[in-house]
Structures are given as structure tokens and as C-alpha cells.
Design a protein around this ligand. Structure first.
Ligand code: PRT
Ligand code: ZN
Length: 286
């Protein structure tokens, strides 16, 4: 029988859209109708399980799913034995300690003897231990930010992204204790045939990720400044140089990261580059 791998992705929530678009950008087709819990790709040996994110680390460590996409916060909190195959760069957030806005705060010692509400008791307990703080942890599963105002706890430890939820609840962020982003995780004892499929998937994900962080740059330059310009945009192996119809000018094509482009734009213009075009790259294999 031909092998197939099973990947667990969040059914609906902050990870779902980016997880599914990454898979689609890898050229993998599947049907994702509302309410579906399972789906199989029509052009790649992969099957999808749509689950709550809390369950993904456990399903992958038990081998019910071979792969999963989950936030590092959830992964570390659940403490399951899986392999992190790749950081995916989306759903970035932080887990922070916050207290009522009006409180005076000098250091993490503030929390000594206090109570903290959180949905991440393990990460919080590990952090408090590392800081030698003894605090009472109240585990609650949602709406953590209202805990101080209803007298349930004196502080909270919760996910922060823009900070507006804290602000709206009269809280201030005082310590960042954990940084998180979405990761691709894998079961630790995958059979050879499944590993070969995982490698194919990783190859495609890497090509998509590389493409996103790089740009294709085209510009016109006087031949006399080509050396200077090539030094600024060296490209993958070396830039492509094509003669323009106008004597003494060339078109230079190269690939570089967007950051590199912005850093070098003044230099390029100073060297006489004109008609600079920056074009997105869909996939990049090097
Ligand atoms: O139903 P299911 O269990 O699958 O989903 P869930 O409700 O547990 O999780 P979900 O979809 O809210 O988040 C999934 C993952 O996205 C989290 O585990 C994080 O890794 C990541 N993530 C990124 C976030 C946020 N940003 C985020 N802002 N998770 C939660 N939040 C919440 C936070 O809890 C707080 O209530 O957003 C609020 C703070 O946001 P700001 O922008 O106001 O600071
Ligand atoms: Zn959840």
C-alpha cells in the first residue's frame, strides 16, 4: 500500500488560515468544507485532521497524526515528546505577566506571595521557579484578562500580541516570559516511507518561505557602474546582465532579501541605477 502522512491543523482559530495557505502554497490541493474534520489531498499523499490546537501536540506524540501545526506556547505547555521540524514564522505572539495599570512595579519580585491567573500553568510555574518566586497559580481556561478586576487573582499571565486586550482591561504588561510562533511538529518514530513524504513537504515549505523573504530585482545601469552595482546586489550565484538596446546601458537582474534591498537602495541610485523594479517571488529553490 502506498504511504500517506496525516497532518493535524487547527480547525478554526488564529492558526487555521495561515496553516492552510502555507499548505496550498506548497501546491497541495484539498477540500476544506466547513464542519469537515478530515480531508485528503487530491495531488499529494497527505491527509488532514482538523482539531482544536490544544489537542494537536498529544495527537502527534501518540502517532494519531504524523505532523501538526501548533503555537510553541501550546507545545511547551502540553509538554509532549515530539520533534520541532520547522518554525513557520506566523502567529507570532508572547506570553507575558500583567498587572493592574495603577500598581507600582519594580521587578519580578512583585509577584512573590501573589496570585496569578493563567491558561499556561506549566510555562508560568517553570518561569517562576527560574526566578525564585513563590506565587499561587490559578489555572483558568479563558477570559484570563478579567481575573484581576473580579478579584480572582492579582496578576495574569496571558498571550499578548498587540497589547490592546490588556489595555482595554486596565492592565499593563510587566514581564515577557515566552516568545512564540507557529511550528511544524512531527512524531518521533515515523517510518522510512513517511519520512520521505515529510522531506518532500519540508522541501516545498522551504521553497515557499525563501520565496517570501526574497525579491527579484531588475534595474537599468550605465555599463561604467556595473561593478559597483553587482557588489551591492550579488544575487544567488551572480546577477544576470543583459545589454539594453541603448548603447552603454545594461539591465541587471538579481535576487535579494527585502531588507538587503532597502539597505542598498541609496547605493544603487548613487551608482546610477534607474528604472528599479522589485518583484515578488512565489517559490525559490537553491
Ligand atoms: O479553539 P482552539 O482551542 O483551537 O483555539 P484557541 O482559542 O485555544 O486558540 P486561538 O485560535 O485563539 O490561538 C491559537 C494560537 O495563536 C495561540 O496558541 C498562539 O500561539 C497564537 N496567537 C497569536 C494568539 C494570539 N496571537 C493572540 N493574540 N493566541 C491568542 N491571542 C489572544 C490572547 O489570548 C488575548 O486574549 O488575543 C488576546 C491578546 O491579543 P492582543 O492583540 O489584544 O494583545
Ligand atoms: Zn486552544
Amino acid at each position: 500500500m502506498n504511504s500517506i502522512i496525516r497532518i493535524a491543523v487547527q480547525k478554526s482559530g488564529r492558526l487555521s488560515e495561515d496553516s492552510l495557505s502555507l499548505i496550498k502554497e506548497c501546491g497541495i490541493k484539498f477540500y476544506n468544507g466547513t464542519g469537515k474534520l478530515k480531508s485528503t489531498s487530491t495531488n499529494f499523499p497527505i491527509e488532514f485532521l482538523f482539531l482544536r490546537d490544544d489537542d494537536i501536540p498529544g495527537y502527534v506524540s501518540d502517532g494519531v497524526a504524523d505532523l501538526g501545526i501548533v503555537g510553541e506556547n501550546e507545545l511547551v505547555e502540553k509538554d509532549k515528546d515530539v520533534t520541532v521540524l520547522k518554525k513557520l514564522g506566523f502567529s507570532k505572539c508572547r506570553l507575558s505577566l500583567a498587572i493592574p495599570k495603577g500598581e507600582h512595579y519594580e521587578s519580578v519580585r512583585y509577584f512573590d506571595g501573589k496570585s496569578i491567573a493563567t491558561s499556561y500553568p506549566k510555562i508560568l510555574a517553570d518561569y517562576l521557579k527560574s526566578q525564585n518566586i513563590s506565587a499561587e497559580i490559578h489555572e483558568i481556561s479563558g477570559s484570563v484578562e478579567i481575573a484581576p478586576s473580579i478579584g480572582l487573582a492579582q496578576g495574569i499571565c496571558d498571550i499578548v500580541s498587540s497589547g490592546s486586550t490588556l489595555m482595554m482591561n486596565g492592565l499593563k504588561e510587566v514581564e515577557e516570559i515566552f516568545k512564540s510562533e507557529a511550528v511544524l511538529i512531527g512524531n518521533k518514530s515515523l517510518a522510512e516511507e513517511k519520512l520521505a513524504i515529510v522531506d518532500k513537504l519540508l522541501f516545498r515549505m522551504n521553497a515557499v518561505q525563501k520565496g517570501k523573504s526574497n525579491k527579484y530585482v531588475l534595474l537599468n545601469a550605465p555599463n561604467a557602474s556595473l561593478d559597483k552595482i553587482i557588489a551591492l546586489i550579488p544575487g544567488m550565484r551572480s546577477p544576470t546582465i543583459l545589454p539594453l538596446a541603448e548603447e552603454g546601458w545594461s539591465s541587471v537582474h538579481s535576487v535579494l532579501s527585502e531588507d538587503q534591498f532597502w539597505e542598498n537602495i541609496e547605493g544603487l541610485r548613487a551608482a546610477g541605477a534607474e528604472g528599479i523594479l522589485v518583484v515578488p517571488i512565489e517559490k525559490m529553490v537553491i
